[in-house]
Design a protein around this ligand. Sequence first.
Ligand code: PMV
Length: 324
Amino acid sequence: MSTAIAHPNIALIKYWGKRDDELILPLTGSLSLTLDVFPTTTTVTLAPDSAVDEVLFDGAPAGAAERIVAFLDLVRGLAGSTTRARVHTRNSVPTGAGLASSASGFAALAVAAASAYGLALDDAALSRLARRGSGSACRSIVGGTAIWHAGSDDDSSFAEPVAGPDLGMVIAVVDAAAKPISSRQAMRRTIETSPYLPAWVSSTEADLAAMQQAFARGDVTAIGELTESNALRMHAAIMAARPPVRYLAPQSIALFDTAARLRADGLEAYATADAGPNVVFLCRGADVDAVRDAVAADPAAGIAPDRLVAAHAGPGAHLVEGAA
Ligand code: PMV
């Protein structure tokens, strides 16, 4: 029996678009912060007597377990095993908060399954493995800030730590509902129909290079400006797909305005958003509480204090039980 814990990560430079759907190789590199909130805990137990894999979420049989079974098949292939497994995943995300993360989920599963099947993998290999479950999961193998090198093949596409200033985040939960279209489908539609895709790819490559320099300088202002702009460019490329996909809600836009207002008042905060309406404020680690209080106090943001979650840099995915 092997149990692993992993945390979600939020990208400062986004991953949006695959160049290889099977291997999950991205069109561009990306850079993220792994958080210290909303951990996923996953236990993998080998079940030699079972003919099928059993997958449970919070104790109940999981609905869409195909991706998890496909991932276990990958691990079994690496381990030369045909033994089935029992997977039990517990998410600490407040029920229905809309923040359940495939990143923490597949990072925890990669670490627990590799251990259960006796694979001795280093962090780069675990990151490559987690990538096959969900692209962004490769970054949750790494604690704190991580860069995912796009790479040119399975071997060269993985995440590793990147040194930089202490950063924090405040998550604004705008809408708890499931997203209308999965990131997987929306990425494909963006690639197939958005005329802005080439501009997204070339500008993100430039943003990533600039971001690495900003990290090396410890320049939080440049990091924040690049973060906010890169997120808006991603959403612009997505909105330009046909039929269009729009993840940002009116309140999401209002929260981007709140970030600008905070900055005008001398508190540095920058907004970003993934494939949904929730907005995440990036700031200095020391400013997290001040940013949360300032967002809560902005009437135009219209967000209740209990919908704001303060987060700092969190640990990479790790075993809590079982052999590495
Ligand atoms: O890894 P996926 O398929 O959940 O895609 C993640 C996409 C974004 O969250 C929007 C961006 C990112 O880099 O995390």
